[in-house]
Design a protein around this ligand. Structure first.
Ligand SMILES: CC(C)(COP(=O)(O)OP(=O)(O)OC[C@H]1O[C@@H](n2cnc3c(N)ncnc32)[C@H](O)[C@@H]1OP(=O)(O)O)[C@@H](O)C(=O)NCCC(=O)NCCS
Length: 168
């Protein structure tokens, strides 16, 4: 396992020139199975234009990224669409930093008067990601069979970020 980072990465909105790095990171992860390069380029490019693609940058290089649709769950709650860390940098806290950034952004956003929540889908096969999300307080709320293909089981996970003034 790699040594801990001396300081956290810079997490911010992605620049256009960083799209290729994000695409390479995606292709080099389990998520690459779901998206052909053309589709991946389209999704990442659109997310960047919408201001929904965030990167963790270490020494000028993209170490990981996430795509966040602020009303992507039921038109009300946050949806974490994609999260991936460069394979050589996994296990060093980059994923945790990206998740922390997402949660902060979600809490800071002005939204509906409900307790803010983040939803995401994760493959039942993706043990490492499941453990990672569970450790960060995401709970399994539903199982969806044959979601992206025959035999592909996905878990819908959710984190409740806490109280809002009206308590709902
Ligand atoms: C899932 C994923 C995003 C996690 O990112 P990551 O950067 O490896 O996550 P972290 O380093 O924060 O945490 C991973 C593990 O490393 C350990 N770790 C965290 N910080 C560490 C540090 N500074 N030093 C050593 N180990 C550390 C954690 O204990 C954690 O253990 P756990 O998996 O048992 O919870 C990453 O594995 C990935 O990109 N996977 C492929 C894509 C994917 O599956 N995405 C999710 C699809 S929904």
């Amino acid at each position: 396992m790699t040594a801990p980072l001396p300081s956290g990465p810079d997490v911010r909105q992605a620049e256009a020139f960083e799209l290729a790095e994000c695409q390479a990171i995606l292709a080099d992860s389990i998520l690459g199975q779901y998206f052909e390069p053309e589709l991946a380029a389209q999704i990442l490019g659109q997310a960047r234009e919408n201001g929904e693609l965030f990167v963790a940058v270490i020494e000028g290089k993209v170490a990981g990224f996430y795509v966040h649709a602020p009303r992507g769950s039921f038109l009300v709650f946050s949806y974490l669409h994609l999260l991936a860390v460069r394979s050589a940098q996994r296990g060093t806290g980059v994923g945790a930093q990206l998740l922390a950034h997402l949660e902060r952004t979600t809490l800071e956003a002005r939204g509906y008067p409900f307790r803010p929540k983040i939803f995401l889908l994760v493959s039942a096969q993706n043990r490492r990601a499941l453990r990672f999300y569970r450790r960060h307080g995401y709970l399994r709320k539903a199982t969806i069979d044959d979601m992206f293909g025959e035999g592909d089981t996905e878990f819908l996970m959710m984190k409740d970020l806490g109280n809002k003034p009206n308590g709902r």
